[in-house]
Ligand binder design. Structure first.
Ligand code: PGA
Length: 230
């Protein structure tokens, strides 16, 4: 990854007209980092058409091929409408939809088969952190998802306790975790996510082994996005 990557996960926020207005205010012409916007599935075709200079991703995909799976969206469908990325295994889906590492692994395979870059989320709960088992937990997740040690994947490290809380691990903690992961998985591209905003993005960008950021709340403000991307 030559330019640092910023992935904005809009979750189930903002209406379509607000999404269009927001992206019209992003300084797309002068981006210093690669930007991927992940809106709701149903906005993707409209936004892909309206903002050709931007890359779009989905927030999830099915673990199945096309078929009788009511309410699901296949990776092949995402590819056809112009999605380049898909977030897989976000902790909100793991918690609210019961997704486990094996399911995340199956989704990863479907994304790759459809030529979409998966952004695979891993991260520990506060309980795991307090037990001092963060690294062990992250390595178990990578193992169970089926991340290969000699392939290039995009992994987003998002401590669950940092998401939407305004609290983050220190830059040194993230750096130490990334160095350990890179030691075992040298080809991974590592993003950090969890309460990232204009006030702390540059500190995280300062980590030499960090390839980018995954932002939630800050991605819903054009002003904040422009600051993070500048
Ligand atoms: P946050 O969300 O930036 O609002 O903490 C991050 C995420 O859920 O990916």
């Amino acid at each position: 990854m030559t330019q640092k990557l910023v992935v904005a996960n809009w979750k189930m926020n903002i209406l379509l007209h607000e999404a269009v207005a927001l992206l019209e205010s992003v300084n797309i012409g002068s981006l210093h980092k690669s930007l991927v916007i992940c809106p709701s599935f149903i906005y993707i075709p409209t936004l892909v058409d309206a903002f050709k200079k931007l890359d779009f991703g989905a927030q999830d995909c099915s673990a199945n091929d096309l078929g009788a799976y009511t309410g699901e969206v296949a990776a092949a469908m995402l590819y056809e409408i112009g999605c380049k990325y898909v977030i897989i295994g976000h902790s909100e889906r793991r918690i609210s939809c019961g997704e486990d590492n094996q399911t995340v692994g199956r989704k990863l395979v479907k994304a790759l088969e459809s030529k979409i870059t998966p952004v695979i989320c891993i991260g520990e709960s506060l309980e795991v952190r307090n037990q001092g088992s963060t690294l062990e937990h992250l390595f178990k997740q990578l193992e169970e998802i089926g991340i290969s040690r000699n392939k290039k994947f995009v992994i987003a490290y998002e401590p669950i306790w940092a998401i939407g809380s305004g609290v983050t691990p220190s830059v040194d903690e993230v750096k130490a975790i990334f160095n350990k992961i890179k030691g075992a998985y040298p080809y991974l591209q590592l993003l950090y996510g969890g309460s990232v905003g204009p006030e702390n993005a540059d500190e995280f960008f300062g980590i030499d082994v960090l390839d980018g950021l995954l932002v939630g709340g800050a991605g819903l403000s054009a002003q904040k996005l422009n600051q993070i991307l500048s």
